[in-house]
Design a protein around this ligand. Structure first.
Ligand SMILES: [Zn+2]
Ligand SMILES: [Zn+2]
Length: 327
């Protein structure tokens, strides 16, 4: 439903190649549904709240346009300042609930896109360190077996442990674990209510909080061969992303990176890219067993896979537009 709403707005609102002749610009124009985008940009760090009225009106003004540009820059989209197709489909893609952090310019490494939380927090123990994690005995899901879930998280933690001198060990002692993992529904007491199926998938907190929350309403999947749902979300991909936050990484603007904020249903992204690895190694140093040659190879192959996915979804979108125009 949410997707259809955004698609409707998209047809109303912007793609220049469809509507440019009749709609020369949107500055200070009323466009039905803009307030939904304002709320989204406000929620994820692009539109600081000054008053409630601004967020509830449908005015496309310069301030809103600036937020659109910031969003496009951060998410690696063409910076048109318009609610074009790429932007609307990005807004409607399920994502992490952690707000995005502006990129920090780095004159030495122009291609660096990884970002830290303000103050660059990290776990401050002597290296090599071991962090313990535990699952909430109360806030858990029953749609997957507990042992299967544990295997997935073990793998996700091992992915990060293979590149930094930090290891992770599961403990039964939830109260004293460094990282506390739980599945929650709706409002669960930390001011970041979950929103049901898709939308926000999970969120976690920067060091040294250790809180790791997943939306219990999602159709969490371990194997897409057995889980056929269109809204299934890959548990390992989300776990790997959230562990990045727990270690101190904020959202990257590199689309292929694990730390990119969104993940489509039925997509899998579990391999760290150069961006993820450089980011986390700048915080903790390198695992002595890590070999950068392996990384380069896996990064190239995962980039190719992502490119293919993007191309196929663009084709689908284009076909849908043409179909609607012909109706
Ligand atoms: Zn995130
Ligand atoms: Zn939470």
């Amino acid at each position: 439903m949410f997707l259809f709403f955004f698609f409707f707005i998209f047809l109303l609102g912007s793609p220049p190649y469809l509507l440019a002749r009749n709609t020369p610009g949107f500055t200070n124009k009323e466009v039905t549904g803009i307030s939904e985008f304002k709320k989204h940009f406000n929620r994820f760090g692009y539109l600081p709240l000054q008053n409630d009225t601004f967020l509830t009106t449908d005015t496309f003004d310069d301030r809103f346009k600036s937020a659109v540009i910031l969003y496009q820059e951060k998410l690696g989209l063409p910076t048109t300042g318009k609610l074009d197709f790429a932007t609307v489909s990005q807004v409607s893609t399920p994502r992490c609930g952690v707000p995005d952090t502006p990129d920090t310019p780095d004159t030495f490494h122009a291609t660096k896109r990884y970002v830290y939380f303000p103050g660059k927090p990290r776990w401050s123990r002597p290296m090599p360190m071991t962090l313990t994690y535990a699952f909430s005995p109360v806030n858990f899901i029953t749609s997957l077996s507990s042992s299967d879930i544990r295997v997935v998280f073990k793998r996700a933690f091992a992915t990060w442990a293979s590149v930094i001198p930090v290891s992770f060990a599961e403990t039964e002692d939830y109260a004293f674990a460094d990282i506390k993992i739980g599945f929650y529904s709706g409002d669960h007491g930390d001011g970041e209510a979950f929103d049901g199926v898709l939308g926000v998938l999970a969120h976690s907190f920067s060091p040294e909080s250790g809180r790791f929350h997943l939306d219990a309403a999602e159709t969490w999947a371990i194997d897409f061969g057995t889980e056929k749902s269109d809204v299934a979300v890959d548990l390992e991909s989300v776990a790997t992303h959230e562990i990045g936050h727990l270690l101190g990484l904020a959202h990257s603007s590199v689309k292929e990176a694990v730390m990119y904020p969104s993940l489509k249903p039925r997509d899998k992204k579990v391999d760290l890219t150069v961006d993820d690895i450089e980011g986390v190694q700048a915080l903790y140093g390198s695992n002595p067993n890590f070999r950068s040659g392996d990384l380069l190879e896996s990064d190239i192959s995962s980039n190719q896979a992502v490119d293919l996915r993007i191309r196929s979804s663009d084709h689908m979108a284009l076909a849908l537009i043409l179909y609607l125009l012909c109706m």
